[in-house]
Design a protein around this ligand. Structure first.
Ligand code: CU
Length: 199
């Protein structure tokens, strides 16, 4: 096989792989009654009571009147979380002063290690409008359930562990209702323009 053909096959494989992921996400979000994941009334999201990186209590009531993005992850995550937070930061940068009107919530799936201080350290590398949220394991399990987030502790050699988790960014409207998964697979300007429509 010549290198050109090999490259073509690799590109095609990557594309199909991406497509498979998208389909899985869509299927996961499809409602049992056949409604679409884009239906604003889809039961994703709900009340919560957690602590931000400054140790302040944050509840869903604090988010009323502003659209917000929710992403679940953990500070020990090797790639997906930092990449996603970096891309979300780029979108917030593109929003300019409007970034203050959009909340990006980074909810930990690893409350055992991610205490407010840990989140604060970690988030100092990203846009300051990213809010880290943690809480006791029961509170985290409850919000994960509301957002239909899959999370699982996976032991590593040497007694350490990592977390498997859903890596979807949820776009929620001003009333706290789920709109759609928020795509970062586009230029940040474009994602920012999309977000601006919900302000
Ligand atoms: Cu992660």
């Amino acid at each position: 096989m010549n290198p050109r053909t090999t490259r073509l096959i690799l590109v095609l494989a990557a594309f199909l792989g991406g497509l498979a992921c998208t389909l899985t996400v869509v299927l996961l979000l499809a409602r049992p009654d056949g409604g679409s994941f884009a239906t604003p009334t889809a039961a994703i999201g709900g009340p919560f009571r957690l602590l931000d990186q400054n140790g302040r209590v944050v509840t869903e009531a604090d988010l009323k009147g502003e659209p917000f993005l929710v992403f679940f992850g953990f500070t020990h995550c090797p790639d997906v979380c930092p990449t996603t937070l970096f891309e979300l930061s780029q979108v917030l940068d593109k929003l300019g002063p409007d970034a203050a009107k959009v909340r990006v919530l980074f909810v930990t799936v690893d409350p055992e290690r991610d205490k407010p201080d840990t989140l604060k350290d970690y988030l100092s590398s990203f846009n300051p409008n990213v809010v880290g949220l943690t809480g006791d394991p029961a509170a985290i399990a409850a919000i994960a359930k509301e957002y239909r987030v899959y999370l699982k502790k996976v032991p590593l050699e040497g007694g350490d562990y990592t977390m498997d988790h859903t890596a979807l960014v949820y776009l929620m409207d001003r009333d706290g209702r789920f709109v759609a998964p928020f795509s970062l697979k586009r230029p940040p300007e474009q994602a920012a323009a999309d977000l601006r429509r919900y302000l």
